[in-house]
Write a protein of this length. Structure first.
Length: 98
């Protein structure tokens, strides 16, 4: 779904481990939108380095201000509709599992 709701020229960073997992992606969308898709995982000290980087960024950027919408998981369809239909206003849509 990320590839469909991404803005033109967006940068998408996939992190973690999912060896053997296949996901259908419409290549035409990624090409037409000129998406930059990169992956990271399996790097030595990946998790500690990520925590350090996020801690440094937290001192400079208030990530909480980026959250524009919050939904409980039960309203997953509404959350995706918001992200898809209000790209300028839906900067960060969060779903909670609580």
């Amino acid at each position: 779904m990320t590839f469909y709701v991404s803005a033109h020229s967006a940068r998408i960073r996939l992190t973690g481990h999912s060896v053997g997992r296949k996901v259908a992606v419409e290549l035409g969308k990624t090409i037409w939108k000129t998406l930059l898709i990169t992956g990271a995982g399996g790097i030595k000290d990946f998790t500690p380095r990520t925590i350090i980087m996020m801690d440094r960024m937290r001192k400079e950027v208030n990530f909480t201000d980026m959250i524009t919408h919050r939904y409980p998981f039960e309203k997953i369809h509404e959350a995706f509709n918001e992200a898809i239909n209000d790209k300028p206003g839906a900067v960060k849509v969060i779903m909670s599992m609580e």
